[in-house]
Design a protein around this ligand. Structure first.
Ligand code: CO
Length: 346
């Protein structure tokens, strides 16, 4: 089955020296430990152990072949969004990493493509950069699920989403800058608890604020990690919408009716969870995603979907690739695939 991974990450090598470039500390950087291993650093702090698949395209292709992945869409780690910096620094940072992403894609014989990043604290600059990036060969854009206290129902962020729809750029929403940090500094609780909550929060803001009523149906927007806690708790939200006017006052239709407006990736690591995801979202709106090559990603890419006994052959082929089948991935001469990924078919 055609297998396209829509959620993977890269780190460039060589890494631009951001602290020197911007004259301020605490930028992310890559500390190489040996040929195969490195440590993603945040200033002087160790952030995450990483290995060469992050920066070495031949290693990445080798592991894609090992696991039967035909095409991969990669984006930066959200650590590089720089939404908390000045907008000119974030725009400069976005351009740097967007350009290097395409250089890496160009080494992949058409098998890897990229999503751009934008300086989301500045909507005009974000619209500029996504247009530039798409023209250069990016498939779409990855955004963080919020900018400080501005969530996806913020007027500026809605304007950006409308712009993406108008230029037909798919959007992948990735959780980052997790809430409750002071209470979740042990056992990776920020990743285990706050990250799925962040994604659920973003989807609910789009639904309950009525934002989906104002966004065009042509917007193709996908949420990472199976939409976080959203699917499992959707019944609770529907019940609250029916029982409390403060929940439904800006949302004219029952919340579960809005699942047709977005899609999610399949990175849930459990067959029963994946079954529920397909049942709630519909088989056309779940797409294979791994979070490769980070430690919390699927270690054998595709194993969950392929081995799931409760998922039919047709469902598997849709999730693994058909839902994204408009990407032309078979032309080896093309530097990057043709620029329309279908993040939401309907
Ligand atoms: Co990720």
């Amino acid at each position: 089955m055609e297998t396209i991974d829509i959620h993977s990450h890269f780190l460039p090598e060589p890494w631009p020296d951001l602290a020197t470039r911007f004259g301020s500390p605490d930028w992310p950087w890559l500390k190489r430990l040996d040929h195969d291993r490195g440590m993603l650093m945040l200033g002087e702090r160790e952030y995450r152990p990483v290995y060469s698949a992050c920066w070495d395209i031949s290693k990445r292709l080798e592991e894609m072949d090992r696991d039967g992945v035909h095409h991969q869409i990669m984006c930066v780690t959200p650590l590089l969004f720089a939404y908390q910096r000045t907008s000119s620094e974030a725009e400069d940072c976005a351009r740097l990493f967007n350009d290097v992403a395409l250089e890496m894609c160009a080494q992949s014989n058409g098998r890897i493509s990229a999503l751009a990043q934008v300086p989301l604290q500045d909507i005009d600059a974000s619209c500029r950069e996504i247009e530039r990036a798409i023209a250069q060969g990016h498939l779409g854009v990855q955004i963080g699920n919020h900018v400080a206290d501005r969530d996806l129902d913020d007027e500026g962020l809605i304007t950006f989403l409308q712009h993406c729809a108008s230029i037909d750029a798919p959007v992948l929403v990735h959780p980052w800058d997790m809430l409750g940090r002071e209470r979740m500094d042990r056992y990776m609780m920020q990743w285990l608890v706050a990250m799925p909550a962040e994604t659920q929060l973003s989807i609910l803001y789009l639904i309950l604020s009525g934002a989906f009523e104002r966004l065009p149906e042509s917007l193709r927007i996908c949420f990472a990690h199976g939409g976080g806690s959203f699917v499992f708790l959707l019944g609770r939200v529907d019940n609250a919408w029916r029982q409390r006017d403060i929940v439904r006052e800006q949302c004219p239709s029952v919340p579960s009716s809005y699942v047709s407006r977005f899609s999610v990736d399949s990175a849930v690591f459990d067959e029963a969870a994946l079954r529920l995801l397909i049942d709630v979202m519909g088989e056309d709106r779940v797409m294979f995603g791994t979070d490769y090559p980070f430690p919390l990603g699927e270690q054998k890419m595709g194993a969950l979907v392929r081995s799931a006994k409760s998922i039919s052959h047709d469902e598997k082929s849709k999730i693994l690739g058909l839902n994204l089948s408009l990407i032309h991935i078979s032309e080896p001469t093309r530097r990057t695939p043709i620029s329309y990924a279908v993040f939401c078919l309907k």
